[in-house]
Design a binder for this molecule. Structure first.
Ligand code: NAD
Length: 305
């Protein structure tokens, strides 16, 4: 068996198109387009790339993009003041503070200063608690993207078993909660778990977000299982030339794809869906703030599979 490739790039293009269409219609109706404010503190090169990409894609979706770049030595009080101004700004519907923050800033305090209704990353304690108790809330972008792709392969999670590897607040924990909210039977493993291969062999769905290249092996996978690889790891690629790198996921892709039923590649799997879901969350926040109906953005039969 060779697994079907889950084309995250094509799904993401479809989500962005749906967002763009809805933004155009709603902006024509209200005379105002959704606004996304992205705050970057310091000059982390990877964060710079993410922030540029988020701003560009927001503009392409017909949204307004506001970038706030602050020096690495910004005092916490200054950052919190900026967030409070953005909370009050009627042109801003979504606020995102790019993580990681410089070490002297407390990410929990910073994130919890964002108004929960503008917290388009879904990291505010209120949104985390609401998702955890199965209420409607802003869901973190990466697990939201994984769920959208999984729903395309599993229209019903009841009776299915999932293993989530990784229990970070950004990916693993919300992923587990979303699957549980969908009545999936969920196991969550992490670096202190000692029996991951055995747990994985029970799973119809494996989602891995560990940051360990090639962690998930072919003999861990139940034949036909759906495998979602969230990991993004930069490893040396001497075959591309001296000092060159390439991106790989947390799955031993070439071998796992011979056993799995469907699998996301890295790159081109979960990554593109994350920013597409940020746009979807910004649109939802805008609808909520303007008391407009917010239809869930689902991928449908016409979408790529
Ligand atoms: P993190 O470092 O916060 O958490 C890693 C998790 O993996 C922890 O729960 C840890 O216990 C677990 N873990 C580590 N080593 C393990 C092992 N050997 N076996 C089992 N579990 C292990 O990382 P994160 O922010 O959740 O990100 C995880 C990976 O996903 C990284 O590669 C990151 O770059 C990637 N990521 C990708 C996207 C995307 O859009 N595709 C978004 C966020 C994170």
């Amino acid at each position: 068996m060779t697994a079907e490739l889950i084309d995250g790039k094509a799904y993401a293009a479809r989500v962005r198109e749906k967002v763009r269409e809805r933004v155009a219609a709603l902006s024509a109706e209200t005379g105002q387009s959704p606004g996304l404010a992205v705050v970057l503190v310091g000059q982390d090169p990877a964060s710079e790339v993410y922030v540029r990409s988020k701003g560009k894609q927001a503009l392409e979706a017909g949204m307004k993009s506001f970038e706030h770049r602050l020096p690495a030595n910004t005092r916490e009080a200054e950052l919190l003041e900026l967030i409070e101004r953005l909370n009050e700004d009627p042109l801003v519907h979504g606020i995102l503070v790019q993580l990681p923050l410089p070490a002297h800033l407390d990410p929990r305090q910073v994130i919890n200063t964002i108004s929960p209704v503008k917290d388009v990353d879904g990291f505010h304690t209120t949104n985390v608690g609401m998702v955890g108790t199965g209420q409607d809330a802003i869901v973190p972008c990466t697990p939201l993207g994984c769920m959208m792709m999984l729903r395309h392969y599993h229209d019903d999670f009841r009776g299915k078993t999932a293993l989530v590897i990784g229990h970070s607040n950004v990916v693993g924990k919300p992923m587990g909660r979303l699957l549980l909210n969908a009545d999936c039977t969920v196991m969550v493993a992490h670096k202190s778990s000692t029996n991951i291969p055995e747990l994985a062999r029970l799973a119809d769905i494996v989602v891995v977000a560990a940051g360990v290249p090639g962690l998930v092996k072919a003999d861990w996978i139940k034949p036909g299982a759906t495998v979602i690889d969230v990991g993004i790891n930069r490893i040396p690629a001497p075959e591309k030339g001296e000092g060159k790198h390439r991106l790989v996921g947390d799955v031993d892709f070439e071998n796992v794809r011979k056993v799995a039923g469907a699998i996301t590649p890295v790159p081109g799997g979960v990554g593109p869906m994350t920013i597409a879901c940020l746009l979807a969350n910004t649109l939802s926040a805008y609808c909520h703030l303007h008391q407009l109906p917010d239809e869930p953005l689902l991928l449908d039969e016409q979408d790529p599979s």
